[in-house]
Design a binder for this molecule. Structure first.
Ligand code: PPS
Length: 317
């Protein structure tokens, strides 16, 4: 790496292990995880330039595990609700897709030309998201008092959700979907953006066990099963406990899939490269049963068991 620079030049990039994802997208392996080149550059720039503040909140997740939902919930809890005015006109979710309210750090820096100085100029409290694995987070995030909320989802639904998502964003409507067998194979080998999925989840899981005050570890399935309980826990963790049951219900309704997917702002697919509706699909636990063969189900169950053995992390479905 060039002295004084966090960026890799093409020659250095070419020395990294490389794989094609979805048949055409280049991913590079850096310290055990797979990245698109620009997002790897963004990650490295953040490592040297991001200055965490103790009141930052960082949402973290693998892809397709409930990030949009978590963004909506936290934006709602930290936005209008905690400012004491939760009237409809103060609900940002009405006018912005959750991904535009809570932006991805590595996307801002690696893809959209935001500099660490721009991030430093943002007012507190800052709410960001990242798909970056724990090991690749900037030290300032790890060492400061800022909070991290991680969301995970069972691997089989994560795979199926990714398959639908990337068929929509990487393929033309008239194109055949990417073969599910190949997507399954990529997922099992850990070759997907920010993968391997299990290593990603385990890093945050282990850190959350060591430091539960800093990292709250949530599961998509628990949020579905007990939304009030999980969201109450989330609000307290963020230092913005609910005052009454109405607040819990309002945050849940405002962030709900049924509401968000029907808002005009989330149906607008007119901007090139931005398919707003692709973030909202069915949100059903166990949807994988409609797609995976018995062989795939068993194969992924074996990998899950082997990877998570002894960790205390488990998925019920
Ligand atoms: N508000 C809300 N409530 C519950 N579930 C929701 C919500 N918003 C999105 N979803 C479902 O989450 C899946 C998308 O995952 P992510 O949001 O992590 O995608 S991304 O990584 O940000 O692209 C995807 O799951 P599937 O429907 O199973 O594909 C979305 O439908």
């Amino acid at each position: 790496m060039a002295a004084g620079s966090s960026l890799l030049n093409q020659e250095q990039l070419d020395l990294l292990p490389k794989e094609l994802y979805w048949g055409s997208r280049e991913l590079y392996q850096w310290e055990g995880f797979w990245y698109a080149a620009d997002l790897l550059q963004g990650t490295l720039t953040l490592q040297s330039g991001y200055e965490a503040r103790s009141d930052d909140v960082i949402l973290a997740s693998s892809m397709k595990t409930g990030s949009t939902w978590l963004k909506a919930l936290c934006a709602s809890i930290m936005g209008s609700q905690s400012k004491g005015d939760d009237s409809e006109e103060n609900d940002e979710l009405l006018v912005k897709n959750p991904h535009f309210i809570v932006k991805g750090l590595e996307y801002l820096v690696g893809r959209y030309n935001t500099t660490p100085d721009d991030l430093s100029a943002m007012p507190s409290p800052r709410l960001f998201h990242t798909h970056v694995p724990y090991s690749a987070l900037p030290d300032s995030i790890k060492n400061s008092e800022c909070k991290i909320v991680y969301i995970v989802r069972n691997p089989k639904d994560t795979l199926i959700s990714s398959w639908h998502f990337f068929n929509k964003v990487f393929r033309q409507p008239n194109e055949e979907p990417y073969p599910l067998e190949k997507a399954y194979d990529d997922f099992c080998r850990g070759i997907h953006q920010f993968g391997p999925f299990f290593d990603h989840a385990l890093q945050y899981w282990n850190k959350s066990l060591k430091n539960p005050e800093k990292i709250l570890f949530l599961k998509y399935e628990d949020l579905k099963k007990d939304p009030e309980g999980e969201v109450t826990k989330l609000a307290s963790f963020l230092g913005r406990p609910f005052q009454n049951k109405q607040q819990v219900e309002k945050v849940l309704w405002r962030s709900s899939l049924e509401r968000l997917k029907n808002l005009e702002v989330n149906k607008d697919d007119s901007q090139p490269g931005l398919i707003m509706s692709s973030f909202f699909r069915r949100g059903v636990v166990g949807d994988w049963k409609n797609y995976l063969t018995e062989e795939m189900e068993q194969g992924l169950d074996v990998i899950t068991r082997l990877k998570l053995e002894g960790s205390g992390l488990h998925f019920e479905i």
